[in-house]
Design a protein around this ligand. Structure first.
Ligand code: FE
Ligand code: FE
Length: 179
């Protein structure tokens, strides 16, 4: 095994662990979210994540390796921060905005990981692995975009409106800008 392949398998093991952490976390986020759209976005991404785990296992196999997990500290940190926000804003109208922000940090982390893995799979001449990883990368990018749309579509505005009713017109101005 050459150095790049070693690096690739290590990073893949990290991603495999990260997806498992998310399988535990996404149902909690769906449960917590106030809006039905956000709940369903989290549930849909949970389904995708289960498929991503299977694809990662195929990538391991395409390199003749047994799937293994290496604890992903980075994702654990992002999840921990999200839990703090969720706790602080529980029963608060800004909760969904906070959950979206936490979820987008996860997606950006994943996009960075799968972007690198795609590049390395290509460099290692493993087209099968590249194809599978590219499918995952595209799902993460779609999810990130969907979360941006949800953030812009009114969840944040509603939170802001509620919060600023006492403080003037900022919210309605903001609502006009994004509508
Ligand atoms: Fe993922
Ligand atoms: Fe994801």
């Amino acid at each position: 095994m050459n150095d790049l392949e070693k690096l690739f398998i290590g990073e893949l093991s990290d991603a495999y662990d990260a997806e498992h952490q998310l399988i535990d976390t996404l149902p909690k986020m769906a449960e917590m979210a106030h809006s039905d759209e956000l709940k369903s976005a989290f549930r849909q991404h949970l389904e995708q994540t289960l498929g991503q785990v299977r694809r990662i296992e195929e990538v391991f196999q395409s390199f003749g390796e047994t799937p293994r997990r290496r604890h992903c500290d980075g994702l654990e940190g992002i999840i921990d921060e999200g839990e703090l926000v969720a706790k602080e804003f529980e029963n608060n109208t800004a909760l969904d905005a906070g959950l979206i922000a936490a979820a987008q940090k996860v997606e950006h982390y994943e996009i960075a990981t799968y972007g690198s893995l795609c590049t390395w799979a290509k460099e290692l001449g493993n087209d099968r692995a590249f194809g599978l990883l590219k499918e995952i990368l595209d799902e993460e990018k779609d999810t990130d975009e969907k979360l941006t749309m949800l953030a812009m579509s009114g969840l944040n505005v509603q939170a802001l409106q509620h919060d600023t009713e006492k403080r003037g017109e900022t919210a309605s101005k903001f609502a006009k800008i994004v509508s």
